[in-house]
Design a protein around this ligand. Structure first.
Ligand SMILES: Nc1ncnc2c1ncn2[C@@H]1O[C@H](COP(=O)(O)OP(=O)(O)OP(=O)(O)O)[C@@H](O)[C@H]1O
Length: 263
């Protein structure tokens, strides 16, 4: 299902919900990612941390081709793509985007649509769901993110935390296999961010596979199974969250953690 038609042969042994191998990204002569590898099992939560400019967002955005990786292979939830600096064929790209739900720092809701319309629209366009089906799924998801009463509201009438919870519901509406979060609380006051983190923690408890770029060290340590530390466009280290936080192996990881934890 969703096999790629790239220029190279995909890796033979693929297991895990997410298998990324040898991922690289350059912008012209500027190399921002080199040889990034990651294997995630179904239900696993991995937090990506690291200093500004390390390549965390670029890595996440390469996984669903919001950025086009220059090299490497990506296999997510049965979708498989071999990167070659250009877009893969439409079927592979559509499949990859179907199995990945993305949540951005800036919510990205349509301002002119109600909450209900924001969440039903992708279901109708992408899944071909009927209006009734899409509304029923939306009502269920609004309950799941704790906002059942907001169906008729417009985004501008909601707090940032509420908008982000709606954005999570919208991503979930397409039944992704993996959720990608790009600093989902960075634009929010810390207190408001907590309500978003609580929804994410619930999702993790329900067994969703999640990859989360975050500066929230408590979330990284307490909710994720593993932490991947990035620096200079590569992986500095990856390991069980508790171990990375308390006994980082890499000198640059130690320096980074000291800086953020002393803040
Ligand atoms: N469109 C682009 N063109 C050229 N360089 C880019 C582009 N987008 C990102 N970069 C560069 O890629 C590098 C990685 O950026 P990225 O945003 O992925 O880092 P990050 O680890 O997510 O940082 P932050 O924590 O500040 O968001 C940076 O040096 C950045 O300047």
């Amino acid at each position: 299902m969703g096999l790629s038609f790239g220029t190279k042969t995909p890796p033979v042994a693929l297991s895990g919900e997410v298998v990324v191998s040898g991922l690289g990204k350059s912008y012209g002569a500027s190399r921002v990612l080199s040889d990034v590898n990651l294997v995630m099992n179904e239900g696993e939560v991995v937090s990506i941390i690291g200093p500004s400019g390390a390549g965390k967002s670029t890595f996440l955005r390469c996984l669903n081709y919001l950025e086009t990786p220059t090299e490497g292979t990506i296999a997510i939830g049965g979708a498989q793509v071999v990167a070659g600096g250009k877009l893969p064929d439409k079927a592979s790209l559509d499949h990859l985007r179907r199995v990945t739900g993305m949540v951005f720092q800036s919510f990205n809701l349509f301002p002119h649509l109600t909450v209900m319309e924001n969440i039903t629209l992708p279901q109708r366009k992408v899944l071909g769901a009927s209006k009734e089906q899409a509304q029923a799924v939306t009502e269920m998801l609004l309950k799941r993110v704790g906002l059942p009463e907001k169906a008729k509201a417009y985004p501008a009438r909601l707090s940032g935390g509420q908008q982000q919870r709606i954005a999570i519901a919208r991503a979930l509406a397409l039944s992704p296999k993996v959720m990608l979060f790009d600093e989902p609380t960075s634009a929010l006051d810390p207190e408001i961010g907590l309500e978003v983190l609580a929804v994410m923690r619930d999702l993790a408890d329900e067994g969703m596979t999640m990859l989360v770029v975050t500066h929230e060290m408590h979330f990284a340590r307490d909710v994720s199974n593993r932490i991947m530390v990035m620096g200079n466009g590569g992986v500095l280290e990856i390991g069980p969250s508790e171990q990375v936080m308390s006994e980082p192996q890499n000198a640059r990881t130690r320096q980074f953690l000291k800086a953020v934890l002393d803040r």
